[in-house]
Ligand binder design. Structure first.
Ligand SMILES: C[S@@+](CC[C@H](N)C(=O)[O-])C[C@H]1O[C@@H](n2cnc3c(N)ncnc32)[C@H](O)[C@@H]1O
Length: 244
């Protein structure tokens, strides 16, 4: 059944969607490599869902060794044809996997990657990936989700290569999810921007109120009170002292 709509994936069955051939605009990598500390010093990466090779070519352009494969040959240079679920060992000297995987089987892919001994798995996924009951039971108890780099912009030009209908603008938000086999704990959310990849959040500094001693987000470095109420209380205290 082919549902007539502009969104290339929504509402289409797996039979129609096939292998989820959405190729990533390489620009999505910029904020990830700038902000993800676990990628610092990494020299070899496995991209087992290489597709047309968008991420592979961009990462090779950064000087990385990229071991590329896909279940079908879709034009990625220097790649092999392999079903990732049949991969039985990691490429030698490579323990980091980075990709935009087929979304229907993401959990299975993460689990298989860790079974193969990958240390770090980085996936570009829909921003709501972490929120289903299945994830609550199957992903979160592992505590391996370490960081989510939330993309400010939607990734335009990421269409199903097999979809021939009219292409619409991107309906979904995406984020880079970083899974770390040695980590057990809550994830950190890091907002990033493709348009301004070097930007970091100007986290508002916390101040301690000179009256109630509670911490509060300080707008100005000279501010001393968390609220007008505390400012007035402090003023009354000063007056009383002067009158005494
Ligand atoms: C969402 S596309 C992403 C392509 C590429 N990673 C990118 O970001 O441009 C997913 C790719 O995974 C491939 N794929 C689907 N199931 C697979 C499997 N079991 N093993 C290996 N590749 C698979 C598809 O052929 C498709 O090229």
């Amino acid at each position: 059944m082919n549902i007539k709509r502009n969104h290339p994936s929504l509402g289409r069955t797996m039979v129609v969607r096939g292998f989820d051939c959405f190729d990533t605009p390489p620009i999505a990598l910029e904020p990830l490599f700038i902000h993800e500390p676990l990628l610092v010093g990494v020299t070899a990466i496995c991209e087992p869902f290489a597709g047309a090779g968008n991420l592979v070519t961009a990462m090779r352009g950064r000087g990385l060794i990229v071991h590329a494969s896909d279940i079908q040959h879709r034009g990625c240079p220097d790649s092999i044809t392999l079903d990732f679920l049949k991969m039985s060992k990691r490429p030698s000297g490579c323990d980091v996997l980075l990709s935009n995987p087929p979304y229907a089987e993401t959990m299975t892919m993460i689990e298989h990657a860790f079974q193969l001994g990958f240390r770090i798995v980085v996936f570009l996924l829909k921003a709501n990936f972490a929120s289903t009951e299945e994830r609550y039971e199957r992903l979160h108890p592992t505590g391996h989700l370490r960081r989510v780099h939330v993309l400010a912009e939607r990734l335009q030009d990421m269409h199903d290569a097999n979809f021939t209908g009219k292409k619409s603008s991107q309906p979904a938000e995406h984020s880079w999810f970083v899974f770390d086999r040695s980590y057990r704990g809550p994830a950190i959310l890091n907002p990033v921007s493709i348009k301004n990849p070097h930007a970091t959040m100007p986290w508002q500094p916390l101040g301690r109120c000179a009256q109630c001693r509670q911490t509060y987000p300080r707008q100005r470095s000279t501010s001393r009170f968390c609220s007008d109420t505390c400012r007035q209380r402090a003023h009354r205290v000063t007056l009383r002292r002067k009158l005494a």
